[in-house]
Every structure is written in structure tokens, then in C-alpha cells.
Design a protein around this ligand. Structure first.
Ligand code: GLA
Ligand code: ZN
Length: 663
């Protein structure tokens, strides 16, 4: 049996090569201290070759070999890719796309979530697999399907239309409620029969793609419905697993900030959050840190798993550069620092054919173990082994929260008006980046989270106002905390309708400000904003959106320098209760965001100890065995892990790595 440590290994599909090669695989796993194998992802067609026949011989052999080799197993249900017979015999399982085209067999991640046939066969298969393999020694988790979503995460077929109508009946009760929520007096859209409601796609409410909808309320509800419909598939498989195995954690691999699916709606149904980390480029430390924190926030800060990352290169991008020396270790330790208790790969050995044949793997086509990349993989395995169980289960304590909200993401980006170049994720990453540079520990949380433990709450572009969020933000400020929001906040209700009041709507009172005009500019155009913060003054280029603010209780911190609103307020601070509410009405450049965010953090003494080194990330994890500090140098690609001693003693260095390489 494996000893407790950060899990290391990944997706292993030896059904694709002969058993002799499996022995080579295991020799290499030993060399790299690999202790966990994810088995069975996408194996549907060989496990169930036809509707009424099952063949577990290959999967049995794979599982047995892993058990004999003393590995932990993450066992997948194979329902993320359908076998040809299923799609051929039951065309209803194939998705209908945004253009309204019913697809035929091909690819993966493309089942219709409303198909009764898919629901029946996927759950029956999950049941059989769970029945057969529950109690397998070393079974660490169940991995249901794979990366739920697919191209735009949606099916638009007739069955989904029926499901949507049911979902709407449940939400609104009657058509009056629905018409009210969707504001259907606009363009003669009053619905008089449920059957008149159709999925919003290119044949109905949309033009120019998924972001251009005539009715945001309809599209928003369809996204919520689709997210719930796919979730129902997951829950149904999980329920069948639970009939046989009441305890082993059940998860599915998420994709970080993946727009089509609201992971906050899913989180309560997972026992463990896990995600696949494929950053879109070489210097992505801020985005990855954010994604880890977002995934950790799904289960209230409990440790999560990195279910996949590439050890070397991806294959799906137009250009797929290799990870530079030291990067694999650095990024893996970054994940651990932010709360990962597993760092797993896609994939253990390269496929021979199909579109991922050049995707990187622990073992390449030749099975070499004398390459630079294998050496780095093996080094990391031994380092993780060396760390043992020290940080397992450790939390990452934070006094700053960033609110991330899928409804705001959807509503802000699918609305005509203002500026189509604004990306909600980019706005949030802008603030997160300023917090990261200031070395502040951050939790990324949903807007329903308990905010009572935070001194600072940053809610960038919180476009949709839901539930009691206004009161909970106010409570943060009243007890002495600080809140920051930005342009486009408080603009829309849960149905994406504007409030019949000044922007920022229900937030206006808390921030002591109203928006008089909203100007926009093309990317690359600027209006400088001068910020006056205590005794310093910073002039920074602002772009994209320029809200002209009228203080109503707030004081002016930043003003526009140019155009007809030169001298008018761009950034305000409302001192109220014991705390402060900051409103940033424009897209500040990084130095402007740094100035605002640091002023707020300083008030709470939350600027980290290494905030002056822009490449050094410092993250703490704490459990009963101690406090562990990760120093991650993203420039030199080096990592140091310390155990901090209680009192004023010097920290003990547990591990130090250095690639000696500068990007
Ligand atoms: C995803 C999938 C894997 C594989 C990798 C390749 O994360 O889950 O099956 O396709 O991407 O990048
Ligand atoms: Zn469908």
C-alpha cells in the first residue's frame, strides 16, 4: 500500500498498447516515484462492446496490475466519450449544436444531457463498474466521466427544449413570472404557452454567436438549465456508485475558469474538487494561482486535486511550446502551495494515434527514461515523496476574498451596450494580479460565501446582484473591513434586467456614489487617471470603460485627466461604518490597480513580506503539524519549502530546487 503523500501520477490508458509494454511502464513509474494511476477514462467501447454485452477482461487486468504494483487508483466511469454503437443505434444521444445541427458520431464530450438513453446507459455502466471495483485495494477516488461541457457546453435539441420548459416552470411557476423576468414586452415576445419557448441559439435569439442574444434573460436561464442538466448526469452516476461504495470520494475533473458551466452550482455535489491545469501560455503564474484558488473555493478551502497537467507539451493549441527547465516543478509546487493534495498528469504514456498522439506524456512513444523531461518528472516524484505527508490536508488561510460569479460573467459578456472588448475574467484577473503582486493570501469565493472572516473583499465587475450580497458586503464594511468593486457592478438583477435606479443599483448606497455617464473606448485608447492616495500620487492609463462618477458620500480618490469629463471622479472611497467601500469606475492599468489594492491591503496590514519582488510568490499552508511556507520564484524557476517554527526561531528548509534558468 502507498504511504500518505501528495499523490503523483495521472491518466493511464494501457488498453492502447500490449501488456509487455505495461512492464516497461511500471519500471518507469518506479523510477519516478509514481503512486497514483487514473484508470478507465474513455474506455466505454471496450468495456461495453454492444448494448447487451460487457467485457471487463482488459479493465480487470489493468486494475490488477496497478494493485499488484502497490499503486493507488483513481477509477473513472468511461462516459465522457460514447461508443459508435450507441450513437448509431440511438441518434438522440448526439448533441444538437448552437447552429441547430444534430451531430452524428464523432469526438467526445458531446452527449445530449437530456437523452433518456444516455442517462440509462451511463448510469447502468457506472453501477456495474462500481459494483465490480468497489473495495479495490488502493482505490482513492471515483472520477465520473471527463471535463463535462464540450464546445460551448450546450445541446439545443428538442429533448433539451422540453427539459428547459420544465426547468422554467419550476423556476417561475407561471408564464406571467417568466414574461416579467425576461421583459418580454420588448420586441413583442410575450409568451402565452410554454411550448412557444425554444432554446436560444443561432436559429432563435442569437446572432454573431453565443455572446449576442436579443434576450439576456432567456440565454442566462438556458445556461443555468444546461449547467444543471449536465450536473444531473453527474449526480445520477454518483448515486449509482454510492449504492456500492458509500465512502470513497467522488469527483469529476473541472477546468478552472471554464465559462460554460457554473462550477459553484456543481460544487456541493462533489466530495472533492479537482481540475485540469493547462495554462494558455508560458508566463501564467497569476492565472494559475487564481484558478487554484477558485477551485479550492469550491469546497470551502478544503484541499483539491490537480487531476491533469501536461508534463511537457500540449497538443491542442496552434503552437505548443515545451515547458522550460524547472517549469514543471515550479508549477506543480505552485499547485501544492495553493492547496493541491495531488498533482497528476495527462498522461502516463503517449497515444499512438489520433489527435493527441503528440500530446506530452511521462513516457514518450519510445518509452525513454533518459530524457530531460523524464528526469524532471522523476525529480519531482522524489521531492514529493521526500515531503511525505507534511502538508496533506493543510489549509491556506486568507483574510482577503475575491468574489467570482458565473452569472456576472455570462450576463456582462452577452449584453449589447458599452464595450464588447471587456472580458469579465480579465477584469477579475486584473484585481487578483494586484493582490498576487502584493503577496496577499486570497480565497476566490462565490457571492453566496460567508464573508464574515475576511478583512478585504474584492468583487470586481459584480454585474448581477443576487440574494443578500448587498447586505453582506455592507456588513464587511460596517465591522471595519474594506470592499472594492469596479465598473459594471450592480447593473443587473438575477434575470439580467437593469435596476430602475442609478448605477451601481443596490450597491450605490454602500459605495456612496452614482454613475452619471458610461463612456467606452477601443482597446489601445487611453484616458489617464490620476490617483491621490495619502501622500502619493499616481497617474496611470485607464482604458475600455470610463464611468463618470458623482460622489454621494464618497470622497474622490482618482480623476480623469482628459476629455470632456477631465477632472471628474473615476475612483472613489466611501468611509462608512468602521470601514471603507472603494469604487473603481474604469479599467485601470496594472500600476493603478496596484496602488488601489495596496492602499486597501495596508489598512489591514495584509501586504505580504516579499511584495517588492514581482516574481516571487509566497504562499502558506497550515495544518496540525505546522505552517509551511512555499517560496516560488517564477523568474529563476526555483522553489523553497520551509517549515515555520512557532515563536521567533528560524524556519527549517524542507526542500530547495533550482533550475538556474531565467525565462
Ligand atoms: C483534457 C482531457 C484529457 C486530454 C487533455 C489533453 O484535459 O481531460 O483527456 O484530452 O485535455 O490536453
Ligand atoms: Zn439535447
Amino acid at each position: 500500500m502507498t504511504t500518505p503523500r501528495i499523490r503523483y501520477g495521472g491518466d493511464y490508458n494501457p488498453e492502447q498498447w500490449p501488456p509487455e509494454v505495461w512492464e516497461e511502464d511500471y519500471d518507469a513509474f518506479d523510477l519516478a516515484a509514481i503512486d497514483t494511476l487514473t484508470i478507465g477514462v474513455f474506455g466505454w467501447s471496450h468495456i461495453q462492446p454492444s448494448e447487451n454485452s460487457y467485457d471487463f477482461a482488459t479493465l480487470d487486468a489493468i486494475v490488477q496490475r496497478a494493485v499488484d504494483g502497490g499503486r493507488s487508483i483513481v477509477l473513472a466511469t468511461p462516459t465522457g466519450a460514447m461508443p459508435p454503437w450507441l450513437s448509431h443505434r440511438y441518434p438522440e444521444v448526439n448533441r444538437t449544436d448552437f447552429e441547430g445541427r444534430r451531430h452524428v458520431y464523432g469526438q467526445r464530450h458531446n452527449h445530449c444531457p437530456s437523452s433518456p438513453v444516455y442517462q440509462r446507459l451511463s448510469t447502468e455502466l457506472a453501477d456495474r463498474i462500481a459494483e465490480r471495483y468497489c473495495g479495490t485495494p488502493g482505490l482513492a477516488a471515483w472520477h465520473v466521466a471527463n471535463e463535462y461541457g464540450g464546445p460551448d457546453g450546450s445541446c439545443y435539441c428538442e429533448r433539451c427544449a422540453v427539459g428547459f420548459r420544465d426547468w422554467l416552470r419550476h423556476r417561475y411557476g407561471d408564464l406571467e413570472g417568466l414574461n416579467e423576468a425576461w421583459n418580454t414586452m420588448f420586441w413583442s415576445h410575450v409568451f402565452t404557452d410554454w411550448d412557444q419557448v425554444v432554446p436560444p441559439n443561432a436559429l432563435s435569439e442569437h446572432w454573431r454567436g453565443p455572446n449576442h442574444t436579443a434576450f439576456q434573460g432567456i440565454t442566462l436561464d438556458y445556461r443555468r438549465f444546461m449547467s444543471d442538466a449536465l450536473l444531473a448526469n453527474f449526480v445520477a452516476e454518483k448515486e449509482r456508485i454510492r449504492r456500492h461504495d458509500p465512502l470513497t470520494p467522488v469527483t469529476t475533473n473541472f477546468m478552472g475558469p471554464f465559462r460554460p458551466i457554473d462550477y459553484h452550482r456543481w460544487a456541493p455535489h462533489l466530495d472533492l474538487a479537482s481540475w485540469d491545469n493547462y495554462p494558455p501560455g508560458q508566463r501564467q503564474e497569476v492565472r494559475m494561482a487564481f484558478s487554484h484558488d477558485l477551485m479550492r473555493g469550491l469546497k470551502d478551502g478544503a484541499p483539491f486535486w490537480v487531476m491533469e497537467q501536461t508534463p511537457t507539451i500540449t497538443a491542442s493549441r496552434d503552437v505548443n511550446p515545451v515547458k522550460r527547465p524547472g517549469v514543471l516543478g515550479l508549477w506543480s509546487w505552485q499547485a501544492v502551495a495553493h492547496g493541491a493534495d495531488a498533482v497528476l498528469y495527462f498522461q502516463m504514456r503517449q497515444s499512438r494515434g489520433a489527435c493527441e498522439k503528440y500530446h506530452g506524456a511521462v513516457l514518450d512513444h519510445a518509452g525513454r527514461t533518459d530524457t530531460r523531461s523524464f528526469k524532471e518528472i522523476a525529480d519531482l516524484g522524489h521531492q514529493l515523496q521526500q515531503l511525505g505527508d507534511a502538508v496533506l490536508g493543510a489549509r491556506t488561510p486568507a483574510r482577503t476574498a475575491v468574489i467570482f460569479d458565473w452569472d456576472s460573467w455570462w450576463a456582462a459578456e452577452m449584453t449589447d451596450g458599452f464595450n464588447r472588448h471587456v472580458s469579465y475574467l480579465a477584469v477579475v484577473l486584473g484585481y487578483y494580479g494586484a493582490l498576487w503582486r502584493a503577496n496577499a493570501a486570497v480565497d476566490v469565493v462565490p457571492c453566496t460565501a460567508d464573508l464574515s472572516a475576511y478583512d478585504v473583499v474584492v468583487a470586481p465587475a459584480l454585474h448581477v446582484v443576487k440574494g443578500d450580497i448587498t447586505e453582506r458586503l455592507r456588513a464587511v464594511v460596517e465591522r471595519g473591513g474594506s470592499v472594492i468593486t469596479s465598473y459594471w457592478a450592480g447593473r443587473a438583477d438575477e434575470s439580467a434586467r437593469a435596476f430602475l435606479m442609478d448605477a451601481p443599483g443596490p450597491f450605490g448606497d454602500l459605495f456612496g456614489v452614482r454613475v452619471e455617464e458610461t463612456d467606452s473606448a477601443a482597446p489601445g485608447e487611453h484616458n489617464p487617471v490620476t490617483l491621490k492616495l495619502d501622500d502619493t500620487s499616481v497617474t496611470t492609463p485607464a482604458s475600455l470603460v470610463f464611468e463618470v462618477l458623482v460622489p454621494e458620500g464618497a470622497e474622490v480618490v482618482g480623476t480623469y485627466d482628459e476629455d470632456f469629463y477631465a477632472g471628474r471622479a473615476a475612483v472613489t472611497r466611501h468611509r462608512t461604518g468602521e470601514g471603507e467601500a472603494w469604487y473603481v469606475g474604469t479599467d485601470l492599468a496594472a500600476d493603478g490597480l496596484d496602488a488601489v489594492v495596496r492602499a486597501v491591503l495596508e489598512r489591514h496590514d495584509l501586504v505580504g513580506p516579499h511584495a517588492d519582488d514581482p516574481h516571487l510568490e509566497v504562499v502558506d499552508r497550515v495544518n496540525d503539524s505546522g505552517c509551511y511556507r512555499f517560496l516560488l520564484d517564477h523568474d529563476r524557476k526555483s522553489v523553497e519549502i520551509q517549515r515555520l517554527s512557532t515563536g521567533s526561531g528560524t524556519p527549517t528548509t524542507l526542500l530547495r530546487t533550482s533550475a538556474g534558468f531565467r525565462a
